[in-house]
Design a binder for this molecule. Structure first.
Ligand code: FAD
Length: 383
């Protein structure tokens, strides 16, 4: 049984039936790749990373805002807070050292009502407790001086929030893993996992028509939208993962903004609100909104433009919203249902079958947190 060649790099690997790996990572998104890059130097060629698509980063990791978050939004001591703050520092260091395009643009979270102003104070305190650096509360005049087009009666300024070229970051981790001896197999979909005491059997569907299986002492489930299904296939009690779609509209024209601009977040943590992000090419985009759906679907519904317009006009009243066009969508794997309170990432070594590291609900700030998640997994495995 042959896994397909690694597209673009001329590499090929053949997994033989009953091959045995020390560690198998499922999923070549940012989390699986960062984890493979972290662990590969310790494993002398016994690490396998499997991915169902033809290359890495084809799902959530390439469908997001590419924002390096500072760690403001998440409750103190949550994994999201801790891993975001640590991940953000690591991402800036990695980008600087390895020439990966990024910009520390700074972000304004703006209040357009007195109630929102109070919520900014809470965010400021929470961000400081989490370790988000250099936060400042601004009055209307200070906010206006930074962003003259933005209507705000107060703002929270986070100078250390920024943007990163997520594709270059994915590619960096991919090469780090590969150069340190990881085997990376594309077009390989894990269909079922069976605990074997010791280790695990993984059933895999490769390029049609063959199906086969192999063994691994340790399994790290970084399968994003498919992680809960795989966890259940291994017999673990697994919470529901909701698919929460986020769509973007892009702005056709020169950006009137120099910073990332976010509204005060909606109550109950349902997304961060429709915000303005600028990519490394200077293109302005708005989104993501949040709509729960039954199945991943990446179509952007053009009829949502009026909802985007209403949300944007609250903090950017002069924007010519006729210049908005539907852009792309991503899907969050969310543990939090529509009426639920905050839910954290789940990263755990399953007690029933130690050696199965389950990652569930890795939504935002998963891109920012990825190197810190990798370090957390290494710590759990004493590697
Ligand atoms: C709209 C949106 C905006 C966001 N904005 C930000 C942001 O600005 N900043 C930030 O920090 N975070 C952001 N996030 C969150 C961030 O994008 C994710 O947390 C992160 O990309 C998750 O990475 P991952 O590797 O866990 O998942 P994924 O990227 O989904 O990777 C999982 C991989 O597993 C593979 N896979 C799945 N099942 C199998 C199987 N059975 N066999 C083999 N392979 C399999 C998939 O093909 C996929 O490649 C955003 C998310 C969304 C949806």
């Amino acid at each position: 049984m042959a896994f397909r060649p690694d597209t673009g790099c001329g590499w090929q690997y053949t997994v033989k039936k009953m091959d045995n790996f020390a560690i198998t990572i499922i999923g070549a998104g940012i989390v699986g790749l960062a984890t493979a890059a972290r662990l590969a130097p310790k494993l002398a060629g016994k690490l396998l990373l499997v991915e169902r698509h033809e290359s890495f980063g084809r799902e959530t990791s390439s469908r997001n805002s590419e924002v390096i978050h500072a760690g403001i939004y998440y409750p103190e001591n949550s994994l999201k807070a801790r891993l975001c703050v640590s991940g953000s520092r690591q991402i800036y260091q990695i980008c600087q050292k390895n020439n990966i395009a990024h910009r520390r643009l700074g972000k304004l979270i703006v209040a357009t009502s007195t109630a929102e102003e109070a919520s900014l104070n809470d965010l400021f305190e929470q961000g400081r407790r989490n370790g988000a650096a250099n936060l400042k509360l601004l009055n209307a005049a200070q906010s206006h001086a930074l962003e003259p087009q933005v209507k705000a009666q107060a703002a929270l300024f986070s100078p250390d929030s920024g943007i990163v070229d997520s594709h270059k970051l994915l590619r960096f981790f991919y090469h780090q893993a590969k150069n340190n001896g990881a085997t990376i197999a594309f077009h390989a979909e894990i269909t079922r996992i069976t605990p074997r005491q010791p280790g695990f059997q993984l059933d895999c569907s490769g390029p049609a028509p063959e199906n086969y299986n192999f063994n691994s002492d340790i399994v790290i489930n970084c399968a994003g939208l498919d992680a809960a299904r795989l966890s259940r296939s291994a017999g673990f009690t697994t919470p529901n993962i909701h698919y929460a779609k986020g769509s973007y509209f892009s702005y056709n024209g020169k950006s009137p903004l120099a910073h990332l601009v976010y509204p005060a977040p909606p109550p109950r943590g349902h997304g961060l609100g429709i915000h303005a992000t600028i990519d490394l090419g200077g293109r302005l985009r708005f989104g993501p909104d949040l709509k729960y759906c039954d199945q991943p679907d990446y179509q952007v519904d053009a009829t949502h433009q009026s909802q985007f317009t209403a949300a944007i006009k609250r903090y950017l009243p002069t924007l010519d919203t006729r210049r908005l066009t539907p852009d792309m969508a991503g899907i969050r794997p969310r543990l939090q249902g529509p009426d639920d309170p905050f839910s954290d990432f789940i990263i755990r070594n399953e007690i029933q079958a130690p050696g199965f590291i389950n990652l569930l609900g890795i939504e935002s700030p998963g891109l920012t947190a990825a190197p810190a998640i990798a370090a957390e997994i290494a710590r759990m495995l004493n590697l």
